[in-house]
Design a protein around this ligand. Structure first.
Ligand SMILES: *[C@@H]1O[C@H](CO)[C@@H](O)[C@H](O)[C@H]1NC(C)=O
Length: 349
């Protein structure tokens, strides 16, 4: 019962009332770290996480103050991590995080399932084909604890055999990525999709082999090599929770939005000769957005207004940094283009 109470507190946090960004929005580039993907995990993470120890401690402190889950809850989740979670690779990695950040393992593991448990809805992802036939992919990452998360976010460039392998927007202590690009191959961003209830997500996590939706991004960056294959895999891999995958690639029509349920695709949408852009927020496209949160339409109007002469910078300045797509919860904006390998992260706090 206690648990239900804490849960309600979080559901309130997850309600979607758009508040503008307060004060001047001056973006900064995210710090960039280069990592050899074949180095031992501890060697990969130690030089990065030493820079985030203090802001990470602040995040945990604020998180626990706003969402006072009982220790018994964290120790339950921690036991599940060690004995029930099917993806032990990530458990081992979170143990390393715990050591390097000097943070409690049980809390860290729980945070790594935050999207699965409950999350707000405010992200915007856009894929379009410019007048030269180049695909540009942009996204705003919006989440609760925006200021805290902004200060523990960074860009990670993974290298393999001395070559750039893939790039991601990363969060200290997290094994997953919301946004990533494999240059020349494909890019992906994730938006939250709420057709789920908390209890069914917990059920899926505990009693099925489904993968947390966010973890697949990392998995596929490492193992998949083409746009077509990654689209197919995102469509067909069972996930713990519903999600929107926005995928782009180097080809003229390489832009897809996948409205994914746990075990099937509800609908998917692609770029065509007529459809030169796709905008995704947090609602399915076969029904109008709810009146209190119409974020897709204003972004679509701006895309139509500016047309295919938009550049990455134009997408940021004229679409992604305008309210309501840009709001108080917007932590960072990422611009990507698989064909040229352009990958640029701006953080807003
Ligand atoms: C990245 O984006 C920022 C913000 O728009 C811009 O000022 C900067 O020039 C961009 N960097 C590159 C390398 O394009």
């Amino acid at each position: 019962m206690k648990f239900v109470f804490f849960l309600s507190a979080f559901l309130v946090l997850g309600s979607s009332i758009m508040i503008p960004h307060i004060g001047p929005a001056t973006g900064k580039p995210l710090p960039i770290y280069n990592v050899d993907i074949d180095a031992p995990l501890r060697d990969q993470w130690a030089p990065i996480l030493k820079d985030f120890k203090a802001p990470f401690a602040k995040f945990i402190h604020d998180f626990r103050a706003i969402l006072p889950l009982p220790d018994s809850f964290y120790s339950f989740v921690g036991k599940y991590a060690k004995h029930g979670f099917k993806f032990q690779r990530y458990v081992e990695e979170i143990e390393i995080f715990s050591e390097l950040l000097e943070a409690d393992f049980n809390i860290l593991f729980t945070l790594n399932l935050l999207y699965e448990i409950q999350s707000g809805k405010a992200c915007t992802s856009i894929v379009f084909r410019d007048e030269n036939g180049r695909i540009i992919h942009g996204r705003n990452w919006d989440f609760e604890f925006w200021s805290e998360l902004a200060h523990i976010s960074f860009q990670i460039n993974y290298h393999k055999n001395g070559q750039l392998f893939y790039q991601a927007q990363a969060i200290a202590g997290a094994v997953f990525f919301f946004t990533a690009q494999k240059p020349g191959k494909f890019a992906v961003s994730i938006n939250a999709r709420h057709t789920k209830t908390f209890l069914t997500n917990i059920y899926e996590l505990l009693f099925t082999n489904n993968v947390p939706a966010l973890y697949l991004v990392r998995e596929f960056m490492e193992t998949v090599d083409t746009y077509d294959e990654v689209v197919l895999k995102f469509k067909t891999t069972p996930t713990v929770d519903p999600v929107y995958y926005i995928v782009s690639g180097p080809g003229l029509y390489d832009g897809t939005i996948i409205e994914k349920d746990r075990d099937f695709v509800k609908q998917s949408f692609i770029l065509t000769d007529e459809t030169w852009f796709l905008v995704q927020t947090n609602y399915d496209r076969d029904i109008p957005d709810p009146k209190h949160d119409e974020r897709r339409t204003p972004a679509e109007q701006r895309m139509t207004q500016y047309g295919q002469s938009l550049t990455e910078q134009g997408l940021l300045d004229d679409v992604l940094s305008i309210f309501p797509n840009f709001n108080i919860a917007t932590i960072s904006s990422t611009l990507m283009s698989t064909q040229t390998g352009y990958f640029n992260n701006t953080v807003w706090y």
